[in-house]
Design a binder for this molecule. Structure first.
Ligand code: RP5
Length: 166
């Protein structure tokens, strides 16, 4: 069965920061489903999605939520699939609240928590790809190429800096 990744967000207000996650997964040609489902506002729907995710062909679930962010934790409570949590920078505390809510899981229910907002969203996608690449040689090769392109980008910027400084 082909690998599929779910991106779940607590609100449509999370989408602008989360799009980096979707775009990165698409760069690697990953089959992605995106959904709005809230641990607080639609708890039944969220629990059902998480409980059925494995049977529905998902391999990894990425959850993004802000404020008192319980989405990743609730999803992780209902599945044995790996869950990646992205704290969103919404509300008065701009993501510090959601970071602590997402990362401080009790022993037994892990959530792999990335950084706040769009940078974390991009890393969540890459982490999911790295998980899938454990069983997919073509994907592993794409990740190697990605690392090479990162290094090439730094080298190019450094060359420009040295030129500017002359
Ligand atoms: C969380 O509350 C959502 O994930 C969002 O980050 C935050 C605010 O939601 P809205 O009031 O914008 O819908 O559940």
């Amino acid at each position: 069965m082909p690998s599929k990744v779910a991106i779940i967000m607590g609100s449509d207000s999370d989408w602008p920061a989360l799009k980096a996650c979707y775009d990165t997964l698409k760069t690697f040609d990953i089959d992605v489903e995106v959904k709005i489902s809230s641990a607080h506002r639609s708890p039944g729907e969220t629990a059902t999605f998480a409980s059925d995710a494995k049977n529905n062909g998902f391999s990894v679930i990425i959850c993004a939520a802000g404020m008192a962010a319980h989405l990743a934790g609730v999803v992780a409570a209902h599945t044995t699939l790996p869950v990646i949590g992205i704290p969103m920078a919404s509300g008065a505390l701009q993501g510090v609240d959601s970071l602590l809510s997402t990362v401080q899981m009790p022993p037994g229910i892990p959530v792999a928590t990335v950084g706040i907002g769009a940078p974390g969203a991009k890393n969540a996608a890459l982490l999911a790809v790295q998980m899938l690449a454990l069983a997919d040689g073509d994907l592993a090769k794409k990740l190697d190429d990605h690392k090479v392109s990162l290094a090439a980008g730094v080298a190019k910027k450094n060359a420009q800096l040295q030129k500017d400084l002359q």
